[in-house]
Write a protein that binds this ligand. Sequence first.
Ligand code: NAD
Length: 338
Amino acid sequence: MLFVTGGAGFIGANYILHFLAAPHDEAVLNIDKLTYAGNPDNLASVAGDARYLFSQTDICDTAAIARLFAQHRPRAVVHCAAESHVDRSIAGPAVFIQTNVNGTFSMLSAAYDYWSTLPAAEQAAFRFLHISTDEVFGSLAADAPPFTETSPYAPNSPYSASKAASDHLVRAFHSTYGLPVLITHCSNNYGPFHFPEKLIPLVITNALAGQPLPIYGDGQQVRDWLHVADHCRAIELVLARARPGESYNIGGNSEKTNLEVVLTLCDLLDELAPKAQGQYRDQICFVQDRPGHDRRYAVDTSKIQRELGWSPQHAFRQGLRQTVQWFLAARHASGARP
Ligand code: NAD
């Protein structure tokens, strides 16, 4: 049995679908509170699969999490549940501390209590994989080398600070108690089931609805983009093969400015869903920059390539095209006008 927290969200749902697509008998329990960001429909295609189980549980409820460990006896946890949107963390940081810091502490405490009762062989095989972000490392100068796993932590937003705090707790549970943990730092993901408050799905949905396409500041902030399917393969490999206590950077080798991303999306939409008049880029508008906005993130992925043989398979433009096609099909299926 595998536990996935936050499995009704973007990355968690993609990982559960990836996990269940393989022909094996192992079940997965999705532990999700179903906040605004959680959507059970993301998992509609596996609702009838006997290997898929769901528990609507808050990760901060340690007693409830402990009961799930005792009942299902998982061999591993993939911890995705989090508050994940930087803008929301600026407007209201408290829930980020509660979910990302206290919630991760709650998961670690329940995992440790369960793990410490296991026979030695099961203890050695157990894994707690914490899904973190490259944002914990702060902002890079334009000409600086990408972050490595040993780059110093320098988070700038309440979101990244809460993720950094949770990383430290995960690390401490390994150093202090021997819990077999792993940490991954991924760059910006994109792909199916992305909640439309993040840049790529927001631009697609606003463009199709005839709404403005807002770009912060000058749009020259640089992000690395990782297709969520490539991320899921990396999670699987880290879980199966990495040594406990290690951390890995995961990225798409696709550094782009935000403006480049939006212009590429507009071009793809012009081709795949042309407007009666004009072009989608006419809807672009520049808005006041986000406070503390990091200028550039980029990750050095040579460790996971060298140690686990992973590299991203999706070229950015092709992955983005598939993503636009997925959103168009989802919109069509929901009955919206093409
Ligand atoms: P998301 O916001 O799409 O989904 C988060 C999920 O967690 C939702 O289903 C929500 O209901 C659930 N959740 C929130 N609070 C909970 C709680 N208290 N108890 C149980 N469930 C709760 O997030 P995502 O984009 O899928 O991100 C998953 C993880 O990956 C997060 O830890 C995030 O920090 C990290 N990450 C994401 C990205 C990205 O580009 N999306 C990049 C780097 C790291």
